[in-house]
Design a protein around this ligand. Sequence first.
Ligand code: ADP
Ligand code: ADP
Ligand code: MG
Length: 657
Amino acid sequence: MFSSVLIANRGEIACRIIRTARRMGLRTIAVHSEADRNALFVEMADEAHEIGPPPPRESYLQVDRIIAAAKSSGAEAIHPGYGFLSERAEFAEACAAAGIVFVGPPASAIKAMGLKDAAKALVAQAGVPVVPGYHGSRQDPEFLRQKAYEIGYPVLIKAVAGGGGKGMRRVDKQLEFEAALESAQREAANAFGDPRVLVEKYILSPRHIEVQVFADAHGNVVHLFERDCSLQRRHQKVIEEAPAPGMTAEMRDAMGRAAVEAARSVGYVGAGTVEFIADARQGLRPDRFFFMEMNTRLQVEHPVTEAVTGLDLVELQLRVAAGETLPFGQDDLSLDGHAVEARLYAEDPERSFLPSTGRLWALSFPEAPGIRIDTGVRAGDEVTPFYDPMIAKVIAHGPDRGTALDRLSAALGRTIVAGPKTNTAFLRALCDAPGFRSGAFDTGFIDRNLDALGAVERGPDEKAVALGALRLIQEELDDLAASHASRSEHGSPWDASDGFQLVGERRQAFPILVDGARTEVTLAWPKGELAVTAGGATARARDAEAGVFARTPDGVVVLADGRQTLVQRYDPFAVDLEHLDSGDSITAPMHGKLVAVFVAPGDQVEKGQRLAIVEAMKMEHALVSPRAGEVAEVLAEAGAQVAEGARLIVLAPAAES
Ligand code: ADP
Ligand code: ADP
Ligand code: MG
C-alpha cells in the first residue's frame, strides 16, 4: 500500500475520500482553487496546494498543476473523485508518466467507454444488450432523420461525448426531428467540443438501473448489485436507492452478468458503474434491459451501495490501485436491507429549480440511526456560482425500503439550511409521495408530479413573514431598552422605549423586505402585547418561539415546512433594484457565464422568445422576453461573466396603445 494520496477534487467527495484515506493511515494532500481556500476539505487534509483561480478550467482541470503539486508533496497516488478529471484518459496517462498511481481504471478503459457510440458497439460484441438505434459515424440530418424513422418514434438523440444529461433530446415525431437535432448538436459542441450524436429508441416507462462493478488487476471482476436512479429531473439523478424496487433474483443475475461482461470487455480495473435502461411497462423483466453507458469512476450515489454491502468503496479503490487482490468473490457478497440517498441542492424548486448562491447562515443535519450525511460545507461557508450546487447527500439505511424512506424523510424534516434556497422540502415530498413509495415509478415521475411535490410558484409564506418581522422589531425594542436601561436606573422595557415612535400608536405600517422585495406589515398592541400582521397571518410575542430562525447581518431567515423566508429591515436609502427595473430589461438570474445571445438591437421579439442563455453551476438557463417588443440594447457579449441582477438586454419602451 502507498502511504500518501492527493485528492484532485473538491467538496463532499474530497472530504469523503480524505476520511477513508486517513482511517487507512495515508497522508492526504488537497489541491484547491482560490475560491476554496477556507473550504472544509482543505482544512481536513494534511497538506494543501492552491492551484489557480475559481473557474474549474483554470484550477481543478489543470492537469500540469495537479501533477506538479503531487510531485512537490511526494504524493504516491492521485484520486480524481467524480466529475472534473475523473474520466479524462489524458489525466490517467499524465499520472502514469509522472510515476504516480492513478486511482481509477487504465487509460485504455476510460477511452473505450468515453464515447457512447463506440462503447455500445464494443459491449454489444461482448453479448450485452444495447438500446436499438444508430450508433454510426454519419451525421447528415437527412440520413439521421431516415434512421429515426426506421427506429420508430419516440427516439432519443444523444451526444456521443455526452454526460450530465447534456446534448440529449427526446423526439416524438418526424416533424420535430430536425430542430431537435440542431439544438442537441449545438449543445454538444458547446459542452464537449464534439457535436456528434447517436439516435436510439426512446424506451417507454424507463427505469434507470445501474450496476456497481469492481475489478482488480489480476482478472477478478465482481458486481456489487444494482442501484435504481429513476427519480430524475432533466436526465439528472435526484434520489437513488439500492436495491431496485421490484428487482427479481433472475433479473439481478442477468444484469450483474452483463455488467461484468461489459467491464471485462475493456480490461477494467477499479470501481465502475454500468448504466442500463429498463423498459418497465410490465414490471422489471430480464429480457427488457439495455446498456446505456459505463461511468469509469466512483459515482455520486456510491454510498447506497456501501450501506447495503457493508463495504467502503474508496478503501477498495485504494487497495486495488495499490495492486491488491479483491478480498472477496461474487458468492461472498450479499445484500443487507435497503438504502436511499437524496441529493440536497442549493436550488429553488419554486422557481424552476434555479440554482441559488450565497452564504449558509445556518446549516445543520440530524444524527439518527441509519442516517449518514456526506457534505463538504459547514455553516458560514459560501455556495459559489463556480461549482456544482450540491450542499450534501443525505443517506438513510434500514432493514427494508419503507423504513429507509421513513428515516430519510424524518432526517430531511430535521435538516436546517438557511441562506441559499434548497430542495429540502421537495426531496421530502418525493420521499413521501405514494407513487414513489409503491415502487411503480419511472424516470418521468418527477416531471409528471411537480405540482404535488410543491415545485410550483407560491406566494410568500405570510406566517413566516409575520414571525420574522416580529423578531426584528422585538430585537430593535430590546436594543433600545438595553441602551436606555444602561443610562437610567429604573425601567421596564416598555417605559424605556417611550422614545420609540411605534409605541403608543394603535396601528402602524412597518416597511420590510421579504426575499428582497419591499412590502409592509402592520403592527398593533392589543392588550399591550405586540402583534404583527402580514396579509392574513398574525404573529404575537408568544409565537416568537414557534419558528426556527437564522440570523443574517441585517435580517432573519424564518424556516417553516422546509421553506425559507428572508425578512430584512427596509433601508429607504439603499438602491431598490427591484423597482429600477421597469420590466424593460432582462437581467441575469444568477452569477454565471453568458454562453449565447440570440438577439441584436433592432430585433423584434415575441413574448416568451429565448433571448440569451446564462450558464451557472453546470446548468443552462434560457432568458426569455417578458413581452413582445423591440430590442433596444444588448449590454453583454457571449462569453462574459455576469453578476446576479446585471442588466443584459433592454427592450425599447412599449408603445402606448
Ligand atoms: P452521476 O451519474 O454520478 O451523477 P454525472 O456525470 O452527472 O454522474 O456527474 C457526476 C458528478 O460529478 C456530478 O453530479 C457533479 O457533482 C460532479 N461534477 C461533474 N462535473 C463537474 C464540474 N465541472 N464541476 C464540479 N462538479 C462536477
Ligand atoms: P449521461 O451521460 O448524461 O448520464 P445517459 O446515457 O446515462 O447520459 O442518460 C441519462 C439519462 O437519460 C438516463 O438515466 C435515462 O433517464 C435517460 N435515457 C437515456 N437513454 C434513454 C433511452 N434510450 N430511453 C429512455 N430514456 C433514456
Ligand atoms: Mg449516465
